[in-house]
Design a protein around this ligand. Structure first.
Ligand code: MN
Length: 494
């Protein structure tokens, strides 16, 4: 449950059918909202805000929704034939996620009892189409969910949208801390930070690494002791990392960096951050372990200055709160060409979230050729098998494009005893050949935000709320079809 947010339920009605009908509408609405809340399926409280019967009432309801920070989005439902001209002004002003629930209080037609009054009281089939017309006419971005409100599938679709709406609200407040700039001349990790704030909500702030060094100097040996004890409880320490062993010093320095980083982010009110291995002045080592653990706590992370992936990872983590599966920063690293079983080994220099670990991670210290610093500590593990999604957002110059690829994480054919980092091996759908060609044609990153907790519907809802392009690469994708879709999108987004 997300405790800081709620979604509002507003019912469209009208006074044509008299006072008794309005009383019945109110009772039906109360019943639906109670049913949704009692289902335990919706991860926030659904708050019934009453019926609206006029343009003034609609505008007042949406204005209140815009201005209440607890309100993550609004669900509308037209009980009776609700003349939709009254929605024009409200919809024009509304700035939060909208879900149009096309449902009906009554589940099945009471064949022997149905009369004209019953039909008039249960005519969402009619009223919701009228509402849909004006919403489409105004280009109101929204999700339309169809079905009986007590149906589990309907509730699941509302729940997905609710999670995305809360993540969207979170993104509107998100600060991304960026230590240093982009890593030397990498293109795809850069982009328009002003447009990101205007379109996607989050704010990206630069900090020199010296700001973090100042925090590091304030970390006490007691702080380090406490965190090292936590490492010993949670992970299997390699022999060279244990107390008294050769590389234990680096474990302590990694802990010092973690304490400093967490305090820094907290003081800045940041929920995402990036690092850059070219900007480590004053640090003992590239902060790998700290990034891994902070990711698992919900901080978005992007390596090498990748602020877009950092922000996206935070957003996915919020959507997935409480769901099994895990979410992590990832990078396409090495191919395994083997016909239909061709796969990609996903990893990074250090920074993969232990949320996706199949087993208790090992804490290890190994040399790292890049960065010119001490050998960094890191958690080493392999991700467990299962379906997941790798996602990215790129800046195409005139818009943000979200690309998602459905993948299947598989067990490696053999152990990887010499690989000193966390990894996942996956087969992208529909195949490595088609997926990689489509991804490359779309200009996708080598970095992704990876999740096993979410389905495509979350990304569809997010792109709809944000109003950004969404390209999906899944089992139905062909390269030709994908190219056609991109060409059409070029015109749409011109
Ligand atoms: Mn990278």
């Amino acid at each position: 449950m997300y405790t800081n947010h709620e979604v509002w339920f507003i019912t469209g009605a009208q006074l044509l059918y008299g006072g008794e009908a309005v009383v019945a509408v109110d009772a039906h609405s109360t019943g639906i909202v109670k049913g949704l809340n009692d289902s335990g399926k919706i991860p926030v409280k659904v708050v019934y805000k009453g019926t609206v019967n006029s343009s003034r009432e609609v505008a007042a309801a949406f204005s209140a929704a815009n201005n209440d920070p607890r309100c993550a989005g609004v669900i509308t439902w037209m009980h009776t034939f609700s003349p939709a001209k009254m929605w024009i002004k409200g919809l024009q002003e509304f700035r939060k996620p909208l879900l149009h629930l096309h449902t009906q209080f009554n589940k099945e037609i009471p064949w022997g009892e149905i009369d004209m009054d019953f039909m008039n009281l249960n005519q969402s089939a009619h009223g919701d189409r009228e509402f849909g017309h004006i919403a489409s006419r105004l280009h109101a971005r929204r999700k339309v969910v169809v079905g009986h409100w007590a149906d589990e599938g309907v509730q699941a679709r509302i729940a997905v949208w609710t999670r995305v709406a809360v993540a969207w609200a979170d993104a509107q407040e998100m600060v991304v801390v960026r230590f240093g700039d982009n890593m030397n001349n990498v293109a795809v990790t850069d982009g328009d930070k002003l447009e990101a704030e205007a379109r996607l909500g989050y704010h990206v702030d630069y900090y020199g690494i010296g700001c973090l060094v100042a925090y590091q100097e304030a970390v006490t040996e007691g702080d380090v002791d406490a965190l090292v004890e936590e490492y010993e409880r949670l992970y299997d320490l390699a022999d060279n990392c244990k107390r008294g062993a050769r590389d234990h010093r680096q474990v302590r320095e990694a802990a010092r960096e973690e304490v400093a980083l967490r305090r820094f982010l907290r003081d800045k009110g940041a929920m995402a951050f990036t690092t850059n291995f070219d900007a480590l002045h004053g640090l003992d080592q590239l902060p790998g372990l700290a990034c891994q653990r902070l990711m698992a706590e919900g901080y978005g992370f992007g390596a090498e200055g990748d602020w877009k992936t950092a922000a996206l990872l935070r957003t996915l983590w919020v959507m997935a709160l409480g769901l099994p599966g895990g979410t992590s920063f990832m990078e396409d690293y090495t191919y395994h060409f083997k016909g239909e079983r061709s796969a990609i080994l996903q990893s990074h220099m250090l920074e993969v979230s232990p949320e996706i670990a199949a087993r208790r991670p090992r804490l290890e210290v190994h040399p790292l050729g890049i960065g010119g610093k001490a050998d960094p500590a890191r958690l080493v593990f392999t991700a467990g098998p299962g379906a997941g999604i790798a996602a990215t957002i790129v800046d195409t110059g005139n818009r943000f494009r979200m690309i998602v690829n459905n993948v299947d994480v598989i067990e490696p054919e053999a152990a990887l005893p010499k690989l000193p980092v966390a990894s996942a091996l996956w087969i992208p759908r529909p195949s490595l050949e088609v997926s990689a060609a489509a991804w490359i044609l779309a200009g996708g990153t080598h970095h992704t935000a990876f999740t096993r907790a979410l389905t495509n519907e979350y990304f569809e809802d997010y792109a709809e709320i944000a109003g950004i392009e969404l390209l999906t690469i899944d089992e139905r994708t062909t390269v030709n079809g994908f190219k056609f879709e991109m060409k059409v999108n070029e015109i749409y987004y011109r």
